[in-house]
Design a protein around this ligand. Structure first.
Ligand SMILES: *Cc1c(COP(=O)(O)O)cnc(C)c1O
Length: 366
């Protein structure tokens, strides 16, 4: 059986190292807002090439706090996409703002050419998602944000380490938001997230906001929340951050096998762009007869997934947003064929080749 994710395998590979980190934190006797958190923030900022990183509880909270610290809330509109993880939209709603969906391009990301048409007097921010690890077209998006004086918040939950024209995603706009949910390229052993910014004032305010709004003990300058990154996760993330370049490289190696082996089949492969470094969070193809292929692969012991089965506006919780398929034709069209094949550093070449053979068998091409 090839699982879609396999965390037991990672633990078995690094049991000694991981246990060592856990023991260090237990022995320190300090679990919230201490040295480990500070060290991870420093390491992570350095990795990104950002001035500041702020650890929080989750990627959703990172997005919510980014909107909040930029003063975006009730009555404001935020431009984003409908083919994303629901939390992108939950965070906008948590802030009290309204998501406005823009259709997507061949890269599955927000289409910069369609953004301007959606800008109204209420638009306050653009929130591109670097979906599946593929960076969005940041130069064009940045230009529009500047032209209309809009805030730019990047949802980098699936793209830790990805680059656009040699620059890490999360460092283009006002704030970059990251998730360390276990399945993500840099995964914690539980929930965790972070924000990145080059703005000192925003960084200071975010440090307050995540900790009840305290500027110092029992002094509340801002109305905050509890969204701290705990010491255990921070220590484990510092450990994982050292592995991340190799893990992302491994994902790329495996993705290249898929790209080579699956060419010439009735599947559309992910687009590859010279100016973008994809970190291959997911390997998503658009397959003819997708549902049949998914069933066939499962019968052969290969788990796959669909990211995502429907656009957010079709979820019962978000019907009130009042969108229909015609508003976002490309978003709606791609959803019928998308299929995510297993891709994570612990997969072997042999397993990936096995998956490719099974896909070829399905299409009778072997
Ligand atoms: C995972 C994810 C999030 C949410 O992150 P959590 O840490 O689970 O809160 C937000 N946006 C996208 C695109 C994601 O993939």
């Amino acid at each position: 059986m090839i699982r879609f994710n396999n965390f037991k395998k990672r633990y078995s590979l690094f049991e000694g190292e991981i246990n060592g980190v856990v023991k260090r934190v237990f022995k320190s006797g300090w679990f919230i807002l201490g040295q480990e958190g500070g060290k991870f923030e420093e390491n992570f900022a350095k990795f990104l090439g950002a001035k500041y990183a702020i650890g929080v509880n989750s990627g959703t909270d990172a997005l919510f706090l980014a909107l909040k610290v930029l003063g975006i809330g009730e009555g404001d509109e935020v431009l984003t996409v409908a083919n994303t993880a629901t939390p992108t939209v939950s965070a906008i709603r948590m802030a009290g703002a309204l998501p406005v969906f823009v259709d997507i391009g061949e890269d599955f990301n927000i289409d910069p050419e369609l953004i301007e048409k959606k800008i109204t007097r209420r638009t306050k921010a653009i929130l591109p998602v670097h979906l599946y690890g593929q960076p969005a077209e940041m130069d064009k998006i940045l230009k529009i944000a500047k032209k209309y004086n809009l805030k730019l918040i990047e949802d980098c939950a699936q793209a830790t380490g990805a680059e656009f024209k040699g620059k890490k995603v999360g460092t283009f706009g006002d704030i970059g938001c990251f998730s360390f949910y276990p399945t993500k390229n840099l995964g914690a052993f539980g929930d965790a997230g972070a924000l990145a910014t080059n703005n000192k004032k925003l960084a200071l305010a975010l440090r307050q906001l995540r900790n009840y709004g305290e500027i110092s003990k029992y002094e509340n300058l801002l109305e905050g929340v509890n969204s701290r990154l705990d010491e255990m996760q921070a220590a484990l993330l510092s450990w994982g951050l050292k592995k991340l370049p190799a893990w992302n490289k491994r994902r790329e190696t495996l993705a290249k096998i898929y790209l080579k082996e699956l060419s010439g089949l009735p599947v559309t492969l992910p687009a590859v762009y010279a100016a973008r470094k994809n970190v291959w969070h997911l390997f998503v193809v658009r397959a003819k007869g997708r549902n049949g292929l998914k069933k066939y692969l499962l019968k052969k012991g290969i788990e796959t997934a669909i990211h995502y089965p429907k656009p957010i506006f079709k979820q019962p919780a978000y019907r009130f947003l009042n969108y229909n398929d015609k508003d976002l034709p490309k978003t709606t069209a791609v959803m019928e064929g998308i299929l995510s094949l297993p891709l994570y550093p612990e997969l072997t070449e042999k397993e990936v080749l096995g998956i490719c053979s099974a896909v070829k068998d399905f299409y009778g091409k072997r």
